[in-house]
Design a protein around this ligand. Structure first.
Ligand code: NAD
Ligand code: WQD
Length: 338
């Protein structure tokens, strides 16, 4: 089986490529490197002991993308490529909609041109907005509060429409909760450009001494300790979720939608304490005002994926923090040479 991975040089894509290669799939990566570096691909090959094929191509470049499909027959696509900074999407909606929606439309057209009928799509818990109840099941109403989130809602709808028009397609919409952690080797991990937006990479940079302190965005939420609660999921568990989704597509399921989360919510303070334990360091923090657009709590009901994919997250927050810390200390400048 030959799998095309868009965005395969990125955080979740690189970890998934390792699992794909170890499982014996042939892997072709397409990535513009707009938010990643080719070094991650080199390290994926190193960890897995297998070669993969890399093309530096932007999804917006239809002829460049078609040339990749022309070269070898592709059995399935895992589509990670997209920009993901929520705040940046509010400031630059046209850039986000063009990259994430137009880029995906080009991909779907090229897939249709070459008769590729199997797709795994990276969706997000962001499509649930501020949920009316917890835990979140896949049938909750969909909404968004920023262009990044709307693009995910719209792309899901586009894929449902494509499936409606052609029920021979097989599409898995995977809604990830909060991905964290790194490969246990410490060779690949999340490499944010500039100051991280997300909690765990920010804590890691405080712990390693690159940032002075964590700002905790509000302690007046209706949660046990007042700080925001999220469903953090280890990136290696997400990677194995993609393997199970590919196996599901091989059974011709049509369009299927799954939450990929652990089902457990942890507060910001719980994550700070878990990380301090893993790193053996105190994490200085200060409580500041709420971040606009944040919600109090968000966690999955992952039972549908457990039932239908035989998939379950197996790594807890101690492993998430330990593996993030290993990656951070071994690569204080990410993939960049010091
Ligand atoms: P990432 O930025 O590390 O990886 C995305 C990759 O896509 C990058 O390597 C980037 O260079 C590439 N890319 C972006 N636009 C492209 C284009 N037009 N053509 C070719 N390549 C392009 O992000 P990630 O965390 O690995 O996220 C992967 C996917 O999962 C994204 O679609 C993201 O929206 C989704 N997701 C991420 C999270 C999260 O918190 N990390 C949560 C839910 C969903
Ligand atoms: C987690 C908690 C913050 C940073 C975002 C996107 C979402 C999805 C995952 C892609 C919250 C608090 C954070 C900091 C803090 N991405 N926090 N200080 O907001 O749940 O989700 O990433 O689909 O769409 O919105 O994740 O890691 O930013 O925040 O106190 O410096 O940590 O308020 O409670 P979030 P996060």
């Amino acid at each position: 089986m030959r799998i095309l991975v868009t965005g395969g040089a990125g955080y979740i894509g690189s970890h998934t490529c390792v699992e794909l290669l170890l499982a014996g799939y042939e892997v072709i990566v397409v990535d513009s490197l707009i938010n990643s570096r080719e070094e991650s691909i080199r390290r994926v090959a190193e960890i897995s002991g297998r070669k993969l094929n890399f093309h530096k191509v932007d999804l917006l470049d239809k002829s460049g993308l078609s040339a990749v499909f022309q070269e070898k027959k592709i059995d399935a696509v895992i589509h990670f490529a997209g920009l993901k900074a929520v705040g940046e999407s509010v400031a630059m909606p046209l850039h986000y909609y063009t990259n994430n929606i137009t880029g995906s439309l080009v991909l779907f057209k090229v897939m249709a041109d070459y008769g590729v009928r199997n797709l795994v799509f990276s969706s997000s818990a962001t499509v649930y907005g501020d949920p009316a109840a917890l835990p979140i099941t896949e049938d909750f109403p969909l909404k968004a509060s920023n262009p990044y989130g709307w693009a995910k809602v719209m792309l899901e709808q586009i894929l449902r429409d494509l499936y409606h028009a052609d029920p021979t397609l097989n599409i898995a919409l995977l809604r990830y909760f909060n991905p964290v952690g790194a490969h246990p080797s410490g060779r690949i991990g999340e490499d944010p450009r500039g100051i991280p937006n997300n909690l765990v990479p920010y804590i890691a940079q405080v712990a390693v001494g690159k940032l002075p302190e964590l700002q905790i965005f509000g302690n007046d939420y209706t949660t046990p300790d007042g700080t925001g609660v999220r469903d953090y999921i280890h990136v290696m568990d997400l990677a194995s979720g993609h393997m199970r989704a590919l196996e599901k597509l091989a059974t011709n399921p049509g369009l299927v939608t799954y939450n990929l989360g652990t089902g457990k919510g942890y507060s910001v303070l719980e994550m700070v304490n878990a990380f301090a334990k893993a790193a053996g360091k105190n994490i200085p923090y200060r409580i500041v005002g709420r971040r606009p657009g944040d919600i109090a709590s968000c966690y999955a009901d992952p039972s549908k994926a457990e039932r239908e994919l035989s998939w379950e997250a197996t790594r807890g927050i101690d492993a998430m923090c330990r593996d993030t810390w290993r990656w951070q200390t071994k690569n204080p400048n990410g993939y960049e040479e010091p």
